[in-house]
Design a protein around this ligand. Structure first.
Ligand SMILES: [Zn+2]
Length: 287
């Protein structure tokens, strides 16, 4: 890791420590201060973090680093996945959901986490029910200003209310995260509303079907899904699903800020794609 990356990571962690939305479940003074059982679980978690061989969203993956920030947020700890405090917080979560409360990460625990995350996406619940939402009428769509488009395209659109919520979120991110403040393209949008017709055309002509989802029913047809620029590794693209690209993206200060704060502005993330966020409306009493 370069010195610059270390600095960025340190900044991101510091930003996380200062955020009022972060709750603290771990009863320990430091991330390493824990029971012997939690320490033993931490060793196992540290080992599996980049070696578990699985396919949590379909494609084969190695390790669970991509999901570490989302899991930390869900189990209320700022401590890293290989720490005893993380293992303790995970055991509390496991007990709450009737899992074996050993603090050891595994696919059974992830299935519960994934279920919670997917249930917060109304689009996914509609698909589970066999329903594909219609595209919104044209008068509900607003053009995305080219300055807020990653590649300055002028033909992007979003639902009016979604664009307004996005702009509130972007303003907050710029005021709270140095890298977002300094880079006008950080958290800019590289995809918004896509008509069912254009998705079908892209699928047929370019053979770019997004694993078949684009051809059948994409969340982008709703006008409430946005793909945000959280950076990408050299030689790849903003939405490259290759593991190394996603592992890099989830360490970016912009993504870490979104994980901690986007819900306040009504946005939730599809965990497999660090760039893909969906507007679900302002938070209600029940998370
Ligand atoms: Zn997307």
């Amino acid at each position: 890791m370069s010195g610059f990356s270390v600095l960025r990571l340190a900044f991101a962690l510091l930003a996380g420590l200062c955020l009022p939305t972060v709750a603290w479940a771990a009863p320990y003074a430091s991330c390493g201060d824990a029971s012997p059982a939690a320490k033993a679980a931490a060793v196992k978690n540290g080992e599996s973090l980049d070696s578990i061989d699985w396919a949590p969203f379909g494609p084969k993956e190695l390790g669970w680093q991509v999901y570490e920030p989302r899991i930390g947020q869900e189990i209320d700890t700022h401590c890293g996945a290989g720490t005893p405090a993380f293992a303790h917080a995970l055991s509390v979560f496991q007990a709450r959901y009737g899992l074996e409360a050993d603090g050891v990460f595994g696919s059974a625990t992830f299935q519960v986490l994934k279920g919670l995350w997917q249930e917060r996406r109304p689009f996914v619940m509609q698909r589970v029910a066999g329903f594909c939402p219609d595209a919104p009428p044209a008068d509900l769509l607003a053009p995305i200003p080219s300055a807020q488009e990653t590649f300055e395209r002028t033909d992007r659109a979003l639902r009016h209310d979604v664009l307004e919520a996005y702009e509130r979120m972007l303003a907050a991110a710029r005021s709270e995260v140095r890298t977002v403040h300094d880079d006008p393209k950080s958290l800019s949008i590289f995809s918004g509303y896509r008509s069912p017709e254009s998705d079908a055309r892209r699928c047929a002509v370019e053979q770019n079907c997004d694993g078949g989802r684009r051809a059948v029913c994409s969340p982008h047809r709703t006008g409430s899904a946005i793909d945000l620029n959280v950076g990408w590794i050299t030689g790849e693209f903003a939405d490259t699903t290759m593991l190394e690209n996603r592992k890099w993206q989830v360490r970016s200060p912009s993504y870490l800020w979104l994980v901690a704060n986007a819900r306040r502005f009504g946005f939730v993330n599809y965990a497999f794609e660090p760039w893909h966020w969906e507007y679900v409306g302002p938070p209600t009493e029940t998370p």
